[in-house]
Design a protein around this ligand. Structure first.
Ligand SMILES: Cc1ncc(COP(=O)(O)O)c(C=O)c1O
Length: 455
């Protein structure tokens, strides 16, 4: 902070900082950006001393909540002792972390390549999947199947996976070759007009098989999917989906990558999202909850049967990020996982999540602007519609998302709403009283919104 006033700091930010998904002209009109100076639990404080609830939990990522001293102490201790390492060596905290991950991850997901974040973890997963096939002599496999409506990262390769309306791709075309897109198993807006979760799950999984068959099984390297997808609003597929996708991948020799970057580390009420269906992917990517965003780190966790192809003289994966295996991030991550375990945050995610979801279901009875409520644990969503019968979305020119964000802000809640979907992902440490407090605000905001929209 130094001696600078909030206004001066904001001007410096607008003049020099290129923020995520924001532009400096628009921020100037609204006297933004807000400068955050500290936080505790689900709350943060701005440079003017105002307290705010963070309903997005950073970017669905501050799992243990703000202000956890144990992580700060671990960071200080590791950085004081050893901030980095000589080439070809590794460190105590990094070794302990990958051993810990191996103990938590299902099946033979035992080999971890640490990265600096989620996009790098998914880039690494794609490289491992393609290289694995090449090394087996199955050299024609390079195509990757992702799902419409998913997001897997911002960097040059993974940016072409999935597709969401909030990340238009036209600026960056042409696309990477070999990208194939499957339906999102979202029963509320099923591409097949399915009449049940089960039917949508079945047909969406079958669509992956059709894509494989139509494009030539021996050209498909991998399928990548989040267990519960965020951009379309906490899409929980019907029970059949994940087991079927696993079976299809096995049948055609395709690598199954589970993107657990949001779901991992308790977000959905289990340690990992795939645990809801007892499915073991071939590769699992994690970030966000791995360190609750205290420092940058991600990881690509690979089954032994695949990783083994990268062992032996001259067989190693030629792949390096300078910050891969960073000891300070690893120490932060270990302290974070310890807190998740000690505080039973996975269980709390389940309990508080169910409590929160029930409240949202109650609002659905009261407000017809809510078309659907979905999610698991503390990855929840309420999808807003202008007409419940037709499921019509609001005209984008109404900027309903911005109106909602402003209304929450007026009630002391920072809540980024990008589309017609309220994506709710507070820290997993949230209490029932805090859920109640947030729900008072949601109730008020929806009353005002319906009245202003004449619903
Ligand atoms: C499911 C999913 N995968 C990957 C990413 C990319 O992670 P990062 O922003 O750490 O690069 C995100 C980020 O929001 C995500 O939600």
């Amino acid at each position: 902070m130094g001696e600078l006033s909030t206004t001066e700091l904001q001007k410096l930010a607008r003049d020099h900082l290129w923020m995520h998904n924001r532009d400096w002209e628009h921020m100037a009109e609204n006297s933004e950006p807000m400068i955050i100076v500290k936080g505790s639990g689900i709350r943060v404080e701005d440079s003017e001393g105002n307290s705010w609830i963070d309903l997005n939990g950073g970017y669905n990522s501050v799992n243990v909540g703000y202000g956890r001293k144990a992580i700060a102490d671990a960071v200080f201790s590791q950085a004081s002792k050893l901030p980095y390492f000589p080439a070809t060596t590794t460190t105590l905290s990094t070794v302990n972390l990958v051993a810990k991950i191996s103990g938590l991850a299902p099946g033979s997901l035992n080999r971890t390549f640490p990265t600096s974040g989620g996009s790098e973890a998914n880039e690494t997963a794609l490289k491992v999947a393609r290289a694995f096939h090449k090394r087996r002599g199955d050299t024609g496999r390079y195509k990757i199947i992702s799902r419409r409506g998913s997001y897997h990262g911002a960097t040059g390769g993974v940016m072409w996976l999935g597709s969401t309306p909030i990340v238009p791709m036209a600026d960056y075309e042409p696309s990477a070759p070999g990208m194939l897109y499957a339906p999102q198993p979202n029963a509320y807006r099923c591409e097949f007009n399915s009449q049940s979760d089960s039917e949508c799950a079945h047909r969406s999984a079958k669509a992956i098989e059709d894509l494989i068959l139509n494009n030539g099984p021996d050209s498909i390297a991998a399928v990548i999917a989040e267990p519960i997808s965020v951009p379309q609003g906490a899409v929980v597929p019907g029970e059949e989906y994940w087991p079927m996708v696993r079976e299809i991948c096995d049948k055609y020799g395709v690598i199954l990558i589970a993107d657990e970057i949001v779901c991992g580390f308790g977000r959905t009420g289990k340690m990992f999202g795939v645990n809801h269906w007892d499915v073991v992917p071939d590769i699992m990517t994690v970030a966000k909850g791995l360190v609750s965003s205290y420092l940058p780190i991600g990881a690509t966790i690979v089954r032994d049967e695949i990783a083994d192809f990268f062992a032996g003289d001259q067989k190693y994966l030629r792949h390096i990020f300078t910050f891969s295996g960073h000891p300070v991030s690893a120490a932060a991550s270990l302290a974070n996982i310890k807190l998740i375990e000690q505080d039973n945050l996975v269980e709390n995610s389940n309990i508080a999540g169910e409590y929160f979801k029930n409240k949202l279901e109650g609002f659905k009875d009261k407000y017809k602007v809510i078309g659907d409520v979905r999610g698991r644990g503390l990855l929840l969503a309420a999808e807003l519609v202008s007409d419940r019968e037709t499921k019509a979305r609001f005209d984008p020119s109404l900027k309903v998302n911005e109106i909602i964000t402003r209304k929450f802000q007026a009630r002391g809640i920072i809540f980024r709403v990008s589309t017609n979907i309220l994506n709710i992902a507070p820290p997993l440490s949230i209490t029932k009283d805090e859920v109640d407090e947030i729900c008072v605000a949601i109730d008020e905001v929806l009353t005002e919104l319906e009245s202003e929209l004449g619903m």
